[in-house]
Design a protein around this ligand. Structure first.
Ligand code: NAI
Length: 345
């Protein structure tokens, strides 16, 4: 069976890591009778360089809407002036409201923590990333934090559904409702109500985010699932990536009601772009999440088998010391992909 997936190489290290990860996915499917038809589309600076007028070309959005899934490399967003984030725009345009960022310790990656296994659920469409900023008078700027009942209920439901479907036991909401009484207050009220009404089998707690961060770094293993509004989720995802080896090993996915875009937590890493040294594992793990999603959606078990083969491949490659530079090793992007492919289960 052939399955379509949109491939967005992105900027910086994006083309290097997505190309390695597509090679890994194609190798894992080889001989299974199933394959992925990669439909290349562009976004970010790469889209402008290819003559598109927009950072997020309409054609890219429409192709994702038609196909339903995409594997996306990171897109650069300059700090300060210039264009707004293409990532934020893509999530809003496609209403990809639920970001899932699993964070798991990997045997063979040396870190300060063992046995970390948590999932960050981030609301992707509002909060401080509504992009509503105004200069009221010269020297005075406001940035609007938006919280709606609709988005807060649906992300809470999404988190509890995710917990139930994966056998997870506890959802911890990080908030600052003691200060942002209305916006964060609404967010936790919606989570409480959804929990009360439908998910009392799952443990639920609310933690003020500053103290929660301290508890998180003291012992990340006491956490199971974290539910955060947009900005907190962004920051907490990178913090959690640090528990298990960094951004090179932390995957992610953005889900809407209909479409899903799979991308690593990391950015375009301009400091190492073009050098062939970036770790392709995070985007490959996002690709594993994509294969599992597509397998459920299409009913094709070959995709799940390929996902499991890739997991076996990277777990044994990492365990046996095949590491890229970010993990203290010497392998480049393609050499790591080769090492993984040699060990596909
Ligand atoms: P970054 O994640 O690109 O880099 C942070 C550090 O982690 C750098 O030292 C980088 O070399 C390292 N790193 C990241 N991914 C790596 C990998 N796969 N292998 C080895 N090392 C890796 O974050 P930064 O520097 O804050 O952002 C750079 C650009 O990326 C910005 O324009 C930002 O807006 C954009 N960005 C895009 C995202 C997306 O498209 N989803 C997400 C985050 C940032």
């Amino acid at each position: 069976m052939e399955h379509g997936s949109v491939l967005i190489p992105g900027d910086g290290i994006g083309p290097e890591v997505t190309s390695a990860s597509c090679r890994i996915i194609d190798s894992a499917l080889l001989g299974s009778g199933s394959s992925i038809n990669w439909i290349e589309c562009h976004a970010g600076v790469a889209a402008l360089e290819r003559g598109h007028a927009d950072l997020l070309p309409q054609e890219t959005v429409e192709t994702i809407q038609k196909v339903g899934v995409a594997l996306k490399g990171p897109c650069t967003t300059p700090i300060g002036g210039g264009f707004s984030s293409v990532n934020v725009a893509l999530r809003k345009t496609l209403d990809l409201y639920g970001a899932v960022r699993p964070v798991r310790s990997i045997e063979g990656v040396e870190t300060r923590y063992q046995d970390v296994d948590l999932v960050v659920i981030r609301e992707n469409t509002e909060g401080l990333y509504s992009g509503i900023e105004n200069e009221i008078i010269p020297g005075v700027v406001t940035s609007l934090k938006v919280a709606t009942e609709k988005a807060s209920y649906r992300i809470a439901k999404f988190a509890f559904e995710y917990a139930r479907s994966r056998g997870r036991k506890k959802v911890s909401v990080f908030h600052k409702a003691n200060i942002m009484k209305k916006s964060d207050g609404l967010f936790i009220r919606c989570a409480q109500e959804i929990h009360e009404a439908e998910y009392q089998d799952i443990e639920y707690e609310e933690l003020i985010i500053d103290a929660a961060c301290m508890r998180l770094v003291q012992d990340p293993t006491r956490f199971d699932m974290l539910l955060c509004e947009n900005f907190y989720g962004d920051v907490i995802s990178d913090l959690c990536a640090g528990f298990v080896g960094g951004l090179g090993v932390t995957p992610g996915a953005n889900f809407g009601e209909v479409n899903a875009v799979f991308e690593a937590v990391h950015g375009s890493a301009p400091d190492i772009a073009g050098k062939g040294v970036a770790n392709p594992l995070a985007i490959t793990m996002s690709g594993v999440m994509m294969l599992n999603h597509m397998s459920v959606r299409s009913g094709d078990p070959a995709l799940k088998v390929a996902a499991d083969r890739i997991k076996t491949g990277y777990n044994s490659a990492i365990r046996e010391g095949d590491h890229t530079g970010d993990l203290g090793g010497t392998l480049g992007t393609e050499a790591f992909a080769d090492a993984l492919i040699r060990r596909l289960g």
